[in-house]
Write a protein that binds this ligand. Structure first.
Ligand code: COA
Length: 178
């Protein structure tokens, strides 16, 4: 889908469905833009130090999508966690997709797919054995996105998401073995 041109180390210009976006590593300066996208598009907010600690520890897989006006329109961030494997109870390193979001007006252009395509090999370099992520059972768009990339549903957790206003009863845990 579209074309891609390398524009610097770990920075790629993608022409996706007629528009061009740069996919590049997040920087300290772009954190504010990432937080804006998160706060607009997802109910779970994180404190600044949480983003900063992911940026400090896993910068290669913390990617942003930037449009022609230098505006951040999407991001993805991962971290490595030691948790039981999908297949047995052995504790292994998993690449946990902490968060991904694309601004509403930029969706269905392949941006999230590109962010995942570029970030998954980067978190894999951290010697993980599996990828894992959680998604609300009602988030059909995201579920289709993950299934399209080869993720399989592993389990359903009840009462995973909690915030001041809403209680979401269940989420799907997706797994993917590298
Ligand atoms: N409905 C149905 N399928 C969808 C979908 C939707 N709303 N969004 C994505 N998909 C599926 C489609 O198969 C799509 O391919 P197609 O457009 O050729 O049909 C494929 O995923 C790739 O979509 P893509 O364009 O790469 O995704 P996106 O850039 O629109 O971003 C999200 C997808 C989920 C990141 C975006 O909708 C979003 O930010 N949502 C709010 C935050 C969120 O829910 N994050 C995930 C939390 S787990």
């Amino acid at each position: 889908m579209g074309t891609e041109k390398e524009t610097g180390s770990n920075s790629y210009e993608n022409n996706i469905k007629g528009s061009s976006y740069i996919i590049k590593e997040c920087t300290l300066e772009s954190l504010e833009g990432v937080i804006e996208v998160n706060e607009k598009e997802l109910p779970e907010d994180y404190p600044y130090f949480f983003y900063k600690s992911i940026l400090d520890n896993f910068p290669e897989s913390f990617l942003t999508a930037v449009n022609n006006d230098n505006k951040i329109v999407g991001y993805v961030m991962w971290r490595v966690e030691r948790i039981p494997s999908m297949n047995n109870l052995k504790i292994i390193n998993k690449g946990h997709l902490v968060s991904i979001a694309v601004l509403n007006e930029y969706r269905r252009k392949g941006i999230a797919s590109k962010l995942l395509e570029k970030s998954m090999p980067k978190i894999l370099e951290k010697k993980i054995n599996e990828y894992v992520l959680e998604v609300r059972v009602s988030n059909y768009g995201a579920i289709d996105l993950y299934k399209g990339l080869g993720y399989k549903i592993d389990s359903i957790k009840k009462k995973y998401y909690r915030s001041f206003y809403i209680f979401i009863q269940a989420c799907l845990v997706f797994g993917y073995c590298s």
